[in-house]
Design a protein around this ligand. Structure first.
Ligand SMILES: Nc1nc2c(ncn2[C@@H]2O[C@H](COP(=O)(O)OP(=O)(O)OP(=O)(O)O)[C@@H](O)[C@H]2O)c(=O)[nH]1
Ligand SMILES: [Mg+2]
Length: 288
């Protein structure tokens, strides 16, 4: 059995950093993982681990831009369409790697996840090749500083998720940047995170964070108010999305996230499946 983890999410969410921390953790646990780079714009010198498979060996974004006159975003979409038309290349590259984790570092163009059939088609192909696949979707903790930005992240995660029939884990990355302090005299107003309880309302998104009243100075426009109400209702009716916190400065936090991935993948199915670590063992135990 081969295992693929698709590491997805918007630009700068920490996908590449998470991918290399994941690989470091696997090798420290005497397990084998390999990096698959699917970002045709990635800077080769930025990889901590040399990818065993690199989309740049199939097609280079620079070539698409100089030879076909595409801009960076259109060029990227072109590269993906080219990849989807050349699945035999990927299939050949993916030969071997039994019992190994293949970590697919994906690019950060949000449209690839929301309204392009890229992920569903890739997943269908991986499943056809008999590779067990799951996806993680990262959004960064700074999104919690702005509730509108945060809920737009939640909606993108939902939109990417509903197109795929594979296990899916949402991760709130860069939790080291969050310093909640209940004693903060400003009440945390500066970063919008009043206390740990408030963080919990983001990790398990509470749509009421978004509820505005018509007199709310941030929602002076009645149509904006109505839109927020509709989103509140949508998330209440379909509570599909919750986030696992990831703080890379805390090894337990990474381990918890990886246990969840192992569990959803039923990694090593001959052995007993591992129970994911209880979330409340970690750093955020007094969140509730
Ligand atoms: N403080 C902190 N910074 C992080 C963490 N993870 C990533 N970063 C920083 O965030 C920036 C973006 O990280 P990347 O891992 O390149 O993010 P990405 O999602 O791969 O970005 P794109 O591929 O461009 O979409 C870099 O400057 C990282 O050093 C984290 O856990 N904590
Ligand atoms: Mg990256």
């Amino acid at each position: 059995m081969r295992y693929a983890v698709l590491v997805t999410g918007p630009a700068g969410a920490g996908k590449s950093t998470f991918s290399s921390s994941f690989l470091t953790h696997l090798s420290a646990s005497k397990r084998t993982g390999h990096l698959v780079n699917l970002d045709p714009a990635a800077d080769p010198s930025s990889f901590e681990y040399e990818p065993v498979i690199n989309i740049k060996d199939l097609i280079s974004l620079e070539d698409v831009m100089t030879e076909l006159g595409y801009g960076p975003n259109g060029g990227l979409v072109y590269c993906f369409e080219y990849l989807l038309q050349n699945m035999d290349w990927l299939e050949e590259e993916l030969g071997g790697y039994e019992d190994d984790y293949l970590i697919f570092d994906c690019p950060g163009q949000i449209e690839l996840y929301t309204h392009h059939p890229f992920l569903p088609t890739l997943v269908q192909n991986l499943q056809r090749m008999g590779i067990r696949t799951c996806a993680v979707y990262l959004i960064e903790s700074q999104f919690m500083e702005d509730k509108y930005k945060f809920f737009s992240g939640v909606l993108s995660a939902m939109s990417a998720m509903v197109n795929l029939e594979i296990p899916w884990i949402n991760i709130m990355s860069k939790m080291d940047l969050v310093t909640p302090n209940a004693d903060d005299p400003s009440g945390g107003a500066r970063n919008g995170l009043r206390n740990r309880r408030n963080i919990a309302r983001y990790l398990d998104p509470d749509p009421l964070l978004l509820a505005t009243t018509q007199s709310d100075p941030q929602a002076p426009n009645p149509r904006f108010h109505a839109l927020n109400q509709a989103i509140v209702q949508l998330i209440e009716d379909h509570p599909l999305v919750s986030f696992l916190p990831l703080d890379l400065t805390n090894p337990d936090s990474l381990e918890t996230v990886i246990s969840h991935i192992d569990y959803t993948m039923q990694y090593g199915e001959d052995e007993e499946p591992k129970e994911p670590h209880d979330l409340d063992e970690g750093d955020f135990q007094d969140m509730e």
